[in-house]
Write a protein that binds this ligand. Structure first.
Ligand code: PNW
Length: 528
C-alpha cells in the first residue's frame, strides 16, 4: 500500500533510536569523499570535572579533584583556577548539545559521569537530582539524534573514599567501584550505545602518585604506589565489565587507555629497539595486556612486579573489552638508560625519552603547547592502531581522544582563535593516518576528537585549550562563557581555508570531511 511505503521511512526514523541507541549515529560518514563503514563512530568528548562546574550543587559531594584544588598550598594550576564553575555545563547543556551536534556534525556525544554527583557518599543511596542531570543529557542528545558514549570514571573519585581508606591504594576500591558501576548501569545501562569503565588508568595512577604529584589525590608515591593504583584500577575495570555483562545490557563496553607510541631513536640499534619494545610494554601494555591476555606483559613481570593477579582475576580481566579506546596524543623516541638502578627515575622501565633527536636536532613532530603533545600522526595514530592490532589482536579500536593544545589561546584576538589553522593541520594529519589504517584493513571503528569544547585542562587550568568550540573566559576561567565554534570543528579537506566572513557558523572542517561526501566544494553543506 502506497501510504505505508511513504510513511515507513518516517516511522523508522522515529522508532529506530528507541530500538538501539547506537543506531542514531548511523549517518553515512565520508573521509575525503570515500565512504566509511556504516557503523563508524564519529563523536566528540568532554569530561565531568572539566566542564560541568556546579561542584557542590544539588547534593553533589566533593571529589578528589575538588578537594585537591581547594586545598593546594602550592597551586600549580595557573591563576589558581579550579573546575568549580568550568563551562557551567551542568546548567548550559541545553544550549551546548545542539552546538555539538550542529557545529561539529557529530553523531555521538562522549561524556563522563561524576561519581559524587550521583552517589555522594561513594557508596549507598543515589542522588536523584544528579542522576536526573545525566538522564537529561542523554535524552537531549537522543532528541538531537546523537548517541552517547558514557564513561563511569574520569579521575574524580569521591573524596570520602580517599579519606576513608586511601582510594585507589586500597583493595576496597574494587568493591566500591563495582557497586557504583552496578547502580549506574541499573539506572542508565541501556541508554548508552557504548560504556567506558574508566579513562586512562595509567595517567591518573602515575600523575596522582608521583614524586611530585600534580594530579589528585596528590599523594607522593613510588613505583609501588603507582603500581598498586594500576592493579586496583584494572581489577575495578574488570569488576564493572562483569556487572555490565551479568546485567545483560545492550551496548558495548570498553576502556580508554593512553600512552602514545615509542620508537627507537636509532632504528638500526638493537638496544634502542629493545628500549622501544620495553617502553611500549610499560606504558601501553601495562594496562592493555591484562585486558587481552589476563596478565601484565612478560617484560613487566620479569622486572619484578609488586602485585600479581590470581587465576580468577586473570579470567575476569582477559577479554574484558568489547572495544578499546586509544587516547593517543604523541610519539617519542627512546633509548636504553645507562646505569639504571632501582633508585633511578625511569626504573624499572629504564628508558630515556626524546621529543628531539639529540644528534640531528629534528623534532619527532610539530611541537605544541606541551611536551607530550607533538604532532606526529603517522606514528601516533596509524602506529598506535597497528601496534594494538598486531601485539594484542585487538579488534574494535577507537581513536577515543586526540587533539592539540594551544597555550594562551584565550589571549589571541577572537578572529585568530577561531581561525585555528594549526589545529586543523593536526586533524588533517589524524584523518590521513586513519585513512591509511582503514586502507590497511586495521580494525579502526571510531574517532572522537578531544574536545568538543574548551574546558578546564587540569594542571594547565584554562590556559591551554583543546576545544573545537571556543569558550570566552580568561586563563582563570572568568568571562562571558559565550561559545564560538572554531574553524577546526568543521574541518575541510581543502586549502585555502575559507575566511571567517565567508563561511558562517557552520563552517567546513571535521564536519565537512567526515559527514559529507563532496570533497570538491567544502562550503556546500547542509545547515543541520
Ligand atoms: C587526556 N599527559 O589525558 C585526558 O583524558 C583529558 O582529560 C585531557 O584534557 C586531555 O588528555 C588533554 O590533556 C591526558 O600529561 C592528560 O601526558 C595528561 C597527559 C596525557 C593525556
Amino acid at each position: 500500500m502506497p501510504t505505508i511505503s511513504i510513511l515507513s521511512p518516517l516511522i523508522l526514523l522515529v522508532v529506530a533510536p528507541l530500538l538501539h541507541p547506537g543506531a542514531m549515529a548511523s549517518q553515512q560518514l565520508y573521509l575525503d569523499g570515500e565512504t566509511l563503514p556504516p557503523d563508524f563512530v564519529y563523536g566528540c568528548a568532554t569530561s565531568a570535572y572539566q566542564i560541568e562546574g556546579a561542584w557542590n550543587v544539588d547534593g553533589k559531594s566533593p571529589s578528589i579533584w575538588d578537594h585537591f584544588l581547594h586545598n593546594k598550598t602550592t597551586n600549580d594550576v595557573t591563576y589558581g583556577a579550579t573546575g568549580d564553575v568550568a563551562n557551567d555545563f551542568y546548567h548550559k547543556y541545553p544550549e551546548d548539545l545542539p552546538l555539538f551536534r550542529n557545529a561539529l556534525g557529530v553523531g555521538t556525544y562522549d561524556f563522563t559521569i561524576s561519581w559524587t554527583r550521583i552517589m555522594p557518599a561513594g557508596r549507598g543511596p543515589l542522588n536523584d537530582k544528579g542522576l536526573q542531570f545525566y538522564k537529561n543529557v542523554i535524552d537531549t542528545s537522543n532528541k538531537l539524534r546523537m548517541s552517547n558514549i558514557c564513561t563511569l570514571y574520569h579521575w574524580d573519585l569521591p573524596q570520602s573514599l580517599q579519606d576513608e581508606y586511601g582510594g585507589w591504594l586500597d583493595r576496597k576500591i574494587v568493591d566500591d567501584f563495582r557497586g557504583y558501576a552496578r547502580a549506574v548501569f541499573k539506572a542508565l545501562g541501556n541508554k548508552c550505545s557504548h560504556w567506558v569503565t574508566m579513562n586512562e588508568p595509567r595517567t591518573f595512577c602515575t600523575e596522582g602518585f608521583s614524586s611530585e604529584p600534580d594530579f589528585a589525590p596528590g599523594v607522593i608515591g613510588t613505583y609501588k604506589e603507582r603500581f598498586t593504583c594500576m592493579h586496583h584500577a584494572l581489577l575495578a575495570h574488570a569488576a564493572a565489565v562483569d556487572e555490565f555483562r551479568l546485567g545483560g545490557y545492550k551496548g558495548k563496553i570498553g576502556i580508554k587507555v593512553d600512552g602514545g607510541v615509542s620508537l627507537p631513536l636509532n632504528p638500526a640499534s638493537a638496544a634502542d629497539q629493545a628500549a622501544a619494545a620495553r617502553a611500549m610494554d610499560f606504558e601501553v601494555g601495562w594496562d592493555v595486556a591484562p585486558l587481552y591476555t589476563g596478565d601484565y606483559p612478560p617484560s613487566l613481570i620479569a622486572s619484578g612486579v609488586p602485585m600479581k593477579f590470581t587465576a580468577a582475576e586473570k579470567q575476569l580481566l582477559k577479554g574484558s573489552v568489547d572495544f578499546i579506546g586509544l587516547d593517543f596524543y604523541t610519539s617519542q623516541w627512546v633509548t636504553a638508560s645507562k646505569h639504571c638502578k632501582p633508585s633511578s627515575g625511569s626504573y624499572p622501565e629504564c628508558t630515556e625519552t626524546y621529543q628531539q633527536n639529540p644528534s640531528t636536532l629534528i623534532d619527532i613532530g610539530r611541537p605544541t603547547a606541551s611536551d607530550w603533545n607533538f604532532d606526529a600522526p603517522h606514528s601516533t595514530i596509524y602506529g598506535g592502531i597497528k601496534y594494538l592490532a598486531e601485539h594484542y589482536n585487538a579488534t574494535n579500536i577507537m581513536i577515543s581522544e586526540t587533539g592539540m593544545g594551544v597555550l594562551n589561546e584565550t589571549n589571541f584576538p577572537l578572529e585568530q582563535i577561531l581561525e585555528d589553522v594549526d589545529r586543523i593541520a593536526w586533524y588533517r594529519g589524524v584523518l590521513t593516518a586513519m585513512k591509511q589504517a582503514l586502507a590497511d584493513q586495521l580494525p579502526l571503528v571510531g574517532f572522537i576528537p578531544w574536545s568538543c569544547i574548551d574546558n578546564f585542562e587540569w594542571t594547565d587550568g584554562y590556559n591551554v585549550r583543546f576545544g573545537l568550540i571556543n569558550v570566552e573566559y580568561d586563563g582563570a576561567g572568568k568571562g562571558s562563557q559565550k561559545r564560538n565554534p572554531k574553524l577546526s570543528g568543521a574541518f575541510s579537506a581543502f586549502l585555502p581555508f575559507p575566511r571567517l566572513d565567508q563561511r558562517g557558523v557552520s563552517g567546513a572542517y571535521l564536519r565537512g570531511v567526515l559527514t559529507h561526501g563532496n570533497p570538491i566544494n567544502p562550503y556546500n553543506f547542509e545547515s543541520s
